[in-house]
Design a protein around this ligand. Structure first.
Ligand code: CDP
Ligand code: MG
Length: 748
């Protein structure tokens, strides 16, 4: 615990330092024009990056389009057409040399664990081998990935190798996007998609083989799938299950699956020189850029791979590196700086695989650790940090936090430098930190997240006693009970812990339980269409665009959309106006709204709308009767309610934790201060900020969340007030009658 606490404080320190650094380098939101305003602005920018609870599906179009402009647009064609034949490339991969024995072991065993270095060909080749061996004659081949980016890019690559159009023979399915057809026989998908499929078809009959790729990542969905697939294999003797992992930690997988055989693909790796930092690093972005420049100017050819934490750091690194190179003048050899992170639009992701005459410098999240292989990397720069989704039981939410990596991560990272020849890895931390502070292995996601959706899923799969489900590493009982509690307060589970009618419907939505509750509740209040829009708007990051040189213009435009009592209604307002303007892109541009984000919202909305249809929920709009919308929002978020302490400052009504309005909130900007609010999420930096806030009537809270709130206090207050008024009235009457009498007396 002491060690974790130390790490925690390191994280806070880094956040602060990054804060300072950003403050110096950039101009940010200047909300009130005061020092406080700009300070909050800095935080806002950083939080934007931290706040997204989902590592997937949220695109920051602004950063990317700005970057694309500064880089010029590359044609998104892989180098395939230009280089070696497909056959030659495939046969060069390490996995090819063991193809025969690999296929034999799969034929003879229903479950096989395959271990191999990253880049040995597991992801791209296994599916094709199975196809070539005839496994698709009685079903399709599914391959799961813990990351969306990997699912899409690998499907693209394999479709090229096979020589078909993407979405034809080879396709992919990720949340909100299904790129497959009846002809598809090799299907790449996120593990979440397969989990969902197992809901509708518990034996996964359409598959003849399932490859669970990147099992070492131990994503939440992977872990749940493990438990489910273990049972499916018992029922379906024809199904082949293949688990692949990049690490040597395969014994555990083997044991979990009844001592299944482990097949190791012989690696083809070169020595990597590891250089630790002598002293702890203050600012890893700056340090990484310096190191990259040093390598670029002094070292022989070979691409550079920098491991950064997340999108914001990646963009900062790219911009800084390009700036430094420009500053050094025209005589310096050029370099091609390429960002890669899960939310980067896929057309830009393809760039990292293109051949280039210039030295490439890829700046990546831990996605490049094992999910994607960039050939030609000889130099790795490792910051020692990554971003992880961590559940904070104190406030009951998941948040992305910058966290030190594990030793296993560090070794994977350095391994990336030795794929095509000897290489080197610069670790921006000391060897003492490596030995003493870093954990040996990652903590599986299941042990650090909010399990509510998993609980819903498992419940709907008729797994009665969750505490008995076969998890490879069971989550702490406390977390399971916590999630069950969250579902119970939302009405998804009954007092006995069984799925209610509401809960059964909630499983259908790939959303956080409070959001699906809102959608379902909207039916009763006849505003399903409006809530559908709000929920979809919440699935992308801020739709507002704020170019550096036109900040005040952008802010003025943003303010026009503000609905004083609700950020949710503000979002609804934006979408409605866009719709009323024929979904036009010039309307979006003129109003400083990201058109791509809006289009994504529309896509998500269409998907959710289909689910609503399948549940026979009609789409109805309540028009301008926005009070009911606020009430529906409260029905999903009453557990996130706060009461005003002073203007802009609130205290959480359940926990008593102080929290403040986010500077991007309409309520903040308009200085509107309702007594009671609910919020969508909290973001943590130095203080707890509430994001997406809506004013509510306290009586709604009592009605919707009777387990937390009662109007007793209010009644007492009202009663006191009533008695006081009654007393006053009596006094008044007395005085009046006395006066009357006196007057009467005087008259007499
Ligand atoms: O899964 P594993 O790490 O074992 O390897 P893989 O992803 O199948 O990669 C095999 C080869 O395909 C590598 O040389 C990659 O560089 C290449 N590849 C690619 O060029 N483009 C992709 N989208 C994916 C892989
Ligand atoms: Mg792979």
């Amino acid at each position: 615990i002491a060690m974790l606490a130390r790490k925690g404080s390191a994280v806070v320190r880094i956040v602060r330092e990054r804060n300072e650094r950003s403050k110096m380098r950039d101009k940010f939101w200047d909300i009130s024009g005061t020092a406080l305003g700009s300070m909050l602005g800095v935080q806002k920018k950083i939080e934007e990056d931290f706040s997204k609870y989902d590592d997937e599906g949220n695109l920051d179009y602004k950063a990317d389009s700005q970057y694309a402009k500064s880089m010029g647009n590359f044609e998104a064609v892989s180098d395939f057409a230009r280089s070696k034949s497909v056959k030659e490339q495939r046969e060069y991969l390490p996995i090819f040399s063991v193809r025969e024995s690999l296929m034999n072991i799969i034929r003879e065993n229903r479950i096989v664990i395959i271990v191999g270095e990253t880049g040995s060909g597991k992801t791209t080749q296994l599916t094709q081998y199975l196809y070539e061996e005839g496994y698709t004659s009685y079903g399709i081949i599914g391959c799961t990935q813990p990351r969306r980016v990997a699912a899409v890019s690998v499907a693209k690559r394999v479709s090229e190798e096979i020589g078909c159009k993407l979405g034809d023979k080879v396709g992919y399915a990720i949340r909100f996007e299904d790129c497959t057809c009846d002809q598809t026989i090799i299907k790449y998908m996120t593990d979440g998609v397969l989990l969902r499929e197992s809901l509708n078809e518990s034996d996964l009959d359409q598959y003849s083989a399932i490859i669970m790729d990147e099992a070492h990542e131990r994503s939440l969905h992977t872990d749940v799938l493990f438990g489910i697939l273990k049972k499916v294999v018992l029922r379906r003797r024809d199904l082949r299950l293949i688990i692949t992992s990049a690490t040597m930690n395969s014994q555990k997988f083997s044991e979990f699956f009844g001592n299944s055989p482990v097949f190791t693909i012989p690696g083809r790796t070169f020595p990597v020189d590891i250089i630790f930092s002598k002293t702890p690093i203050e600012d890893y972005v700056d340090a990484a850029v310096k190191k990259a420049l040093e390598i670029h100017l002094q070292q022989p050819p070979g691409d550079i791979l920098i491991f950064m934490t997340g999108q914001e750091d990646i963009m900062a690194t790219c911009v800084l590196l390009n700036e430094r190179i420009t500053e050094l003048g025209p005589n310096i050899p050029k370099i091609r700086v390429l960002p890669i992170y899960s939310q980067l639009p896929s057309e830009n992701q393809a760039r990292i695989f293109q051949k280039s005459d210039l030295r490439k410098c890829v700046v990546a999240t831990n996605i490049a650790e094992t999910s994607l292989t960039v050939d030609g990397v000889r130099y790795v720069i490792d910051t020692g940090f990554c971003k992880l989704k961590v559940f904070n039981p104190k406030i009951g939410m998941d948040a992305l936090q910058i966290t030190p990596i594990s030793q296993a991560n560090a070794n994977q990272r350095s391994g990336r430098a030795g794929r095509t020849g000897p290489g080197s890895c610069c670790r921006l931390y000391t060897d003492t930190i490596y030995r003493e502070d870093l954990l040996e292995n990652n903590i599986p996601e299941i042990q650090r997240t909010n399990l509510a959706n998993v609980v819903l899923l498992l419940k709907s799969l008729n797994i009665g006693n969750l505490l008995e489900f076969q998890f490879m590493d069971p989550p702490p009982q406390e977390n399971i009970l916590n999630s069950m509690y969250q579902l119970w307060i939302l009405g998804a589970l009954d007092d006995l812990g069984e799925l209610t009618e509401l809960g059964k419907k909630m499983v259908e939505f790939p959303l956080d339980p409070p959001l699906s509750k809102m959608l379902l509740e909207a039916e009763r209040y006849k505003c399903s269409s409006d809530i559908l829009t709000i929920v979809s708007m919440l699935s992308v990051p801020s739709v507002f665009y704020r170019p550096r040189d036109r900040e005040s213009e952008a802010d003025a435009s943003r303010e026009k959309f503000f609905v004083p009592e609700s950020d949710h209604l503000t979002l609804l307002n934006v979408f409605t106006q866009w719709k009323n303007n024929g979904f036009r892109s010039d309307w979006a541009t003129n109003n400083f709204v990201h058109i791509k984000a809006l289009r994504k919202v529309r896509e998500v909305r269409a998907q959710l709308s289909d689910i609503m249809k399948s549940l026979n929920i009609p789409e109805i709009s309540c028009g301008n009767n926005w009070d009911v919308i606020r009430k529906v929002i409260a029905s999903g978020y009453f557990h996130n309610s706060a009461k005003m302490k002073s203007i802009g400052e609130y205290v959480n009504m359940r926990t008593g934790i102080p929290c403040i309005l986010h500077p991007s909130s309409a309520l903040f900007s308009l200085g509107y201060a309702p007594d009671y609010i609910v919020y969508h999420e909290l973001t943590m930096t130095t203080r707890e900020y509430m994001q997406y806030v809506t004013a509510v009537d306290p009586y709604w809270l009592a009605e919707l969340g009777p387990m937390f709130f009662s109007t007793k206090e209010n009644f007492q207050e009202i009663e006191r007030k009533r008695q006081k008024e009654a007393k006053n009235r009596i006094i008044e009457e007395l005085v009046a009658s006395k006066n009357k009498e006196e007057n009467k007396g005087q008259e007499d």
